[in-house]
Design a protein. Structure first.
Length: 312
């Protein structure tokens, strides 16, 4: 589906990843982008809202009537609204209501409205903790409610494609980072360094991940919508592996700090390794990441420094 001149709904569209998807849609010429959001983050949409092609509908994915109303006349849907990992651990029932029932509501509304295609944001959490480099055929072995809820969302889409002919693509993100990220390893480490405090790392820092820049994730979303592909799942990652210790060392070097990271061996390490192959996405959709880790970390540093300067 072409983006130019079309109308799209982005659930969770003022969030970290969602706002970058909105930016990418505006840049690609979308005629109308509806941001369906429960907790609006206005600062994340300042640039895209200024174009006049973006409008906000405040609502909750658990509110069936609100979801149905937002979906009217949409050509495509990007479903990013989600209860994140931490709150899912704290409140498993809320995770069920938002990530499973809420996803059902959104997908049902899309099918009812005649939406042509859905791009669903899943996560590498569906694979669980594994030393293997995961491709899309890797067994689903989630051991968290968050991971389980993402698996459920993927299968809801399968069911609607089979029953209603609703086209979809599922994207399983590796560790996304970049500007506008409120939490996560990189902002936490960088925040301490900028405050003159040594970063604290769980365990020995050998745990490793695939860090992918949020702008590259947004471009993967747009590419998935533009493609003729349906019923497929793709990992979205940079294709590189880096340890937590190395992230801290690179950020220290980038800031010119003489701090040394501290290692908390008593803190539980939740994940030893999560690295996925992006070969299928590159091969099938012709997508490639545009940001290497060093340039991406500089991007985050400049954004955080600008925010601190603005705050006085």
């Amino acid at each position: 589906m072409q983006i130019d001149g079309r109308r799209f709904v982005v659930t969770g569209g003022s969030g970290f990843v969602g706002s970058h998807v909105v930016d990418a849609l505006v840049a690609a010429g979308a005629a109308d982008v509806v941001v369906f959001e429960q907790r609006l983050v206005p600062a994340n949409l300042e640039g895209s809202m200024a174009t006049g092609g973006v409008r906000v509908v405040e609502g909750d994915v658990r509110d069936i009537a609100a979801v149905y109303a937002a979906m009217e006349d949409a050509d495509g849907l990007f479903h990013l609204a989600v209860l994140p990992l931490g709150p899912c651990v704290q409140d498993p029932r809320l995770c069920l209501e938002v990530n499973v029932v809420g996803t059902f509501n959104v997908v049902e509304a899309a099918a009812h409205a005649g939406v042509r295609k859905v791009v669903f944001s899943s996560a590498s959490s569906v694979y669980g903790d594994t030393d293997s480099t995961m491709d899309e055929s890797h067994p689903l072995d989630a051991r968290s409610m968050y991971g389980a809820s993402k698996i459920a969302g993927e299968y809801v889409l399968r069911a609607f494609e089979d029953a209603r002919g609703l086209e979809y693509v599922t994207l399983r993100y590796m560790n996304v980072y970049g500007p506008r990220q409120a939490g996560g390893l990189i902002p936490a480490v960088l925040g301490r360094i900028l405050a003159g405090q040594p970063p604290v790392i769980a365990g020995d820092g050998s745990q490793s991940f695939d860090f992918v820049h949020v702008a590259d994730v947004a471009s993967a979303n747009v590419r998935a919508m533009q493609s003729d592909v349906s019923g497929e799942t793709f990992n979205v990652g940079s294709g590189d592996e880096v340890s937590v210790r190395e992230i801290a060392e690179r950020l220290i070097a980038l800031t010119g700090s003489d701090l040394e990271p501290e290692f908390d061996h008593g803190q539980r390490v939740l994940m030893r390794r999560r690295v996925g192959s992006n070969d299928k996405l590159v091969r099938t959709l012709g997508w490639r990441p545009a940001h290497d880790l060093d340039s991406g970390l500089r991007d985050v540093l400049e954004t955080m420094q600008d925010a601190r300067a603005s705050a006085g």
